[in-house]
Design a protein around this ligand. Structure first.
Ligand SMILES: [Zn+2]
Length: 145
């Protein structure tokens, strides 16, 4: 079965190949009938990305790619929750932040221990030349008799 693809020629001369709209040769981005909507979608996407950058800067938030960055979002959430009037929801949010932070500390501790182990393995002297599988087999030859 041939899957239909958008036939709009891209700047490099090859077709777009995105999924086309129903009963149309072009995708949403290249359909002449959807040009206005596509332009608006691009404009909103640009606004969204700018807003995202502004917020990330204002909150000193670097995404969720590291333990330190995740810790930052928990701090923001906890501080915001602390600033609210007391309620069951506020208490639940603080408890959830504390539990998530405890999990994060545990993950960080494991990461540190793993790094220390990896460093120790790198520094350790090379093991003696490995014995052959036959030697190992003969060493355990009496087992099971
Ligand atoms: Zn297209």
């Amino acid at each position: 079965m041939v899957v239909p693809r958008c036939t709009f020629p891209m700047p490099d001369g090859r077709p777009c190949r995105a999924a086309p709209l129903h009963d149309e040769p072009f995708c949403f981005a290249h359909s002449p009938e959807k040009a206005e909507e596509a332009a608006e979608a691009r404009r909103l996407g640009g606004l969204r990305r700018r807003r995202e950058k502004t917020l990330m800067g204002a909150y000193d938030f670097a995404g969720l790619g590291s333990i330190a960055a995740i810790r930052r979002i928990l701090e923001i959430a906890a501080v915001d929750a602390l600033g609210l009037e007391n309620s069951i929801a506020r208490v639940r949010a603080l408890v959830a932040a504390a539990l998530a932070a405890a999990k994060l500390l545990e993950a960080g501790e494991f990461e540190d221990r793993l790094s220390a182990l990896e460093a120790a393995v790198r520094l350790a002297p090379a093991p003696p030349a490995a014995t052959s599988a036959l030697d190992d087999a003969s060493a355990f030859g009496d087992v099971g008799r």
